[in-house]
Design a protein around this ligand. Structure first.
Ligand SMILES: C[S@@+](CC[C@H](N)C(=O)[O-])C[C@H]1O[C@@H](n2cnc3c(N)ncnc32)[C@H](O)[C@@H]1O
Length: 300
């Protein structure tokens, strides 16, 4: 599960050549990931859309990534998803706010790729709450529901009125990205660290980790940033690994794993600062070791 640094590209022009470079760059990671995946494994990539530089027309880079991964590298497209972020601000200012010729872009493409045609997946693990209408129908199917053929010619049987514990989710995932009071945010504030600027909400990796993996499976985020994926994987009982090239982000990601009380205690905050220093300069964060160091220091 990963979200590559598509923002990096914004430093450059979004012309064809740069898009081509981006696709080739990301494909190098895709090539390495494929043999590491189990036959039942998946690679889920969240990619935000972008405009071409200077004109109100969209880049196709995220679609080019998909085609490259499937046609050239041999991944399968298990299914395309769209993450709708209702809290997304209008941009680019020029086209959306000033000239008012484009609407707010609030959807990321999320490519669920797999190594084989049959990656492990179980929709029953990610059922969503039934709509109010469906709840009424389930209470009294005879009153609300007649199992006849629909105008669309879909023949829906009486089994449709069976309570399966929740509805099958759609491939449009609506999740605001407005985390403001998490442990991570509070810890970064407490010790004056810059928070990662491009985190995804926990709900996004949570959906795919629950859907596509079981307890003790290994979840890897190859562009882990603040390690939202690792935090979620840990709470769901999965093993995890995160790779992050920026040592400051990797160091700060440690804060996701600390207990609340450790943030409320002044001496712990000094310890956090020291730990962060070690984590961000020694090229890796061993979360278990860091937590036990903190726990030992708390004993009188
Ligand atoms: C969009 S962010 C990921 C944010 C993450 N999903 C989160 O919730 O915090 C992409 C991250 O990839 C990192 N990155 C860039 N190039 C990398 C590389 N070659 N290897 C590992 N990480 C890299 C960036 O530093 C950045 O933190």
């Amino acid at each position: 599960m990963t979200s590559p640094p598509f923002a990096l590209l914004r430093k450059k022009a979004y012309g064809n050549e740069d898009q081509h470079e981006y696709v080739a760059w990301l494909a190098e990671f895709g090539k390495l990931a494929l043999p590491a995946l189990k036959d039942t494994g998946s690679l889920v990539i969240d990619l935000g859309g972008a405009y071409q530089r200077g004109v109100p027309t969209r880049s196709l880079y995220n679609y080019r990534v998909l085609i490259e991964f499937v046609d050239k590298l041999g991944y399968r497209l298990a299914q395309e998803f769209f993450w709708h972020n209702p809290s997304k601000l209008p941009s680019p200012i020029e086209w959306v706010n000033k000239r008012k010729i484009r609407v707010t872009d609030s959807v990321n493409t999320v490519w669920w790729l797999s190594k084989t045609d049959h990656p492990k997946a179980d929709v029953r693990k990610v059922l969503v709450e039934y709509s109010d209408k469906m709840k009424q129908l389930l209470k009294d199917p005879a009153k609300y529901y007649d199992p006849t053929e629909r105008p669309s010619q879909h023949a829906i049987s009486a089994g449709f009125a069976r309570d399966n514990g929740g509805a099958i989710p759609k491939n449009l995932i609506t999740l605001p990205n407005s985390e403001s009071n998490s442990r991570y945010m509070r810890a970064c504030k407490a010790i004056g660290l810059t928070r990662h600027p491009a985190r995804f909400p926990e709900g996004l990796p949570k959906f795919f980790i629950e859907f596509l993996t079981d307890q003790n499976d290994l979840v890897v985020d190859i562009f882990s940033g603040s390690n939202t994926t690792g935090r979620v994987a840990e709470s769901l009982g999965r093993r995890w690994l995160g790779c992050e090239s920026n040592a400051d982000y990797a160091g700060a990601s440690l804060m996701r794993f600390l207990e609340s009380h450790q943030l409320d205690n002044a001496s712990d905050i000094a310890d956090l600062t020291r730990l962060y220093g070690c984590a961000s300069t020694k090229g890796g964060v061993d979360v278990t070791k860091a937590k036990s160091t903190l726990a030992k220091r708390r004993k009188p």
